[in-house]
Design a protein around this ligand. Structure first.
Ligand code: APR
Length: 233
């Protein structure tokens, strides 16, 4: 494509793998030996609240042990220097894009460092652990939950994402298996709307066939190389 001005970047667990955070569906995946339906659903929260809260408490604690890697840093650099429109849509609930310095981004599946009151809907920054933790400061109910989009719940900011996909000249997917919709369908939306589409992943994903181009390798190498390439155009 000759003129690229508007870029949408989708990231998944693979971009944080080299920072030391396990992916969801790899051999070392978080869900290995445990069905996701046991943990990441509204029903599980009702039936086994402590298990769900503890699971995310452990993920939140793990964040303190890791740092952004070269792929997060390259995207943050692009965010700071790209003169056109750019939106990083992450499925990740870690804060490594922000810690690397990215600002034009959103968390479509929520954030570990945010809490949501299941009773009144108040959302706010949260650190620490939820098991035996605080009541909602706004309504006083014992209904705090991780501000995470569970299976069967609507991802955040879908209207903004759809608008960006419709306008995109280039859609880039990084480190995601293409197993979970609606994110897995973004490539088709963007391509249908006329965008060039590129996948950067350790292995071919479920949606590789939808991309104009797929590059195979670790994000820490592929992403900085692609950023160099796009700014040199
Ligand atoms: N570099 C690039 N890609 C990598 C790397 C790496 N170093 N390591 C792993 N990958 C790739 C894997 O090959 C895999 O295709 O990242 C992908 C990770 O896939 P998943 O574990 O399925 O993670 P993701 O696609 O982000 O999951 C989507 O599923 O459970 C839900 O809400 C959760 O946001 C999550 C969603």
């Amino acid at each position: 494509m000759a003129d690229i001005e508007r870029i949408v970047i989708l990231t998944g667990a693979g971009i944080s793998a080299e920072s030391g955070l396990a992916t969801f569906r790899g051999a070392d995946g978080l869900w290995e030996g445990r069905r996701v339906e046991e943990i990441c659903t509204p029903v599980a929260l009702l039936q086994d609240r402590e298990l769900v809260l503890d699971f995310y408490d452990q993920r939140r604690l793990a964040l303190a042990e890791v740092e952004p890697n070269a792929a997060h840093r390259a995207l943050a650099w692009l965010d700071a220097h790209w003169p056109g429109e750019l939106l990083i849509v992450t499925q990740n609930v870690d804060d490594l894009h922000e810690r690397a310095g990215a600002t034009r981004m959103l968390h479509m599946h929520g954030e570990l460092l945010s809490a949501l009151c299941g009773a009144c809907g108040t959302r706010g920054g949260f650190a620490g652990t939820m098991v035996g933790g605080p009541r909602c400061a706004a309504c006083g109910q014992d209904a705090m939950r991780p501000d995470i989009v569970f299976f069967g719940e609507m991802p955040y900011e879908m209207e903004r994402i759809e608008a960006a996909l419709m306008a995109a000249d280039l859609f880039v997917s990084i480190g995601t298996s293409g197993a979970v919709y609606p994110a897995a369908g973004f490539v088709q939306s963007a391509r249908h709307a006329g965008a060039d589409t590129l996948e950067l992943n350790l292995e071919p994903s479920a949606g590789s066939g939808f991309f104009h181009e797929t590059r195979i390798g670790p994000a820490s190498l592929l992403v900085p190389a692609w950023v160099d390439e796009i700014v040199a155009r």
